[in-house]
Design a protein around this ligand. Structure first.
Ligand code: XGP
Length: 211
């Protein structure tokens, strides 16, 4: 019997993955760096600075820490401008039903996200009160695929990894979940993510059959 479910945020609870894509696209467009879904797939689930390092692989020169900080800040400003338009209407009915059902079954609920904007997004969408704990990119030293953020979420909930499901749409997150000793559930995604996870769901309400 599981006691808790830990959710990734971007692309699982809210479609902020699309906004991250657009913000990276704006930055790379200004810099004249090629950027599309193939590169973006590698950014899913990982931290802002790790994402930037991947984006800058296409540029044949080194960037100073100050230049990188400025580029990361530019991307984040673009992201926050897009995220300012988010509201409770951006939470799918499937997400609401799943969270309600899990809560009714007595499960503890947490968010485990690499994003440093996770709490802001949870507030904007009205999802914050649905969770017992939030572990995000501001609270860890090693981002996914390291398990630290999920271990932090489990510790905040007071459960062991074996007692929790982790719901993820990205390969980095599924690896983090598995390496941390959690049961990984792939949400959506493609064959690669699905193969790495113990379970696969197409909708979050399907989680109610797994707990
Ligand atoms: P933050 C974001 C990254 O910028 C983005 O590339 C990742 O896909 C996303 O986290 C994964 O959740 O981090 O800039 O919101 O801190």
């Amino acid at each position: 019997m599981k006691k808790a479910v830990i959710f990734d945020l971007d692309g699982v609870l809210v479609h902020t993955d699309r906004l991250h894509y657009t913000a990276w696209k704006e930055l790379t467009g200004r810099l004249g760096i090629p950027f599309g879904q193939t590169v973006y797939r590698r950014l899913r689930g990982i931290s802002r600075m790790d994402s930037l390092d991947i984006v800058l692989e296409a540029v044949p020169r080194d960037f100073s820490p100050e230049e990188k900080a400025a580029l990361a800040a530019e991307k984040n400003e673009a992201y926050l401008a897009l995220a300012a338009g988010l509201g409770p209407r951006d939470v799918a009915e499937d997400v609401r039903r799943a969270l309600r059902g899990l809560r009714e079954r007595g499960l503890l609920l947490a968010v485990g996200s690499s994003s440093r904007n996770a709490k802001y997004i949870l507030e904007r969408t009205g999802l914050a009160p649905c969770f017992d704990a939030v572990a995000d990119g501001t609270m860890v030293t090693r981002a996914k695929p390291d398990p630290e953020v999920f271990l932090k979420a489990a510790a905040l909930l007071g459960v062991s990894p074996g007692q929790a499901l982790v719901v993820e749409d990205a390969a980095a997150g599924i690896k983090a979940a598995r390496d941390g000793g959690f049961t990984a559930v792939a949400f959506g995604g493609d064959a690669v993510e699905s193969l790495l996870a113990e379970h696969r769901v197409g909708t979050l309400t399907e989680l109610l059959d797994l707990v």
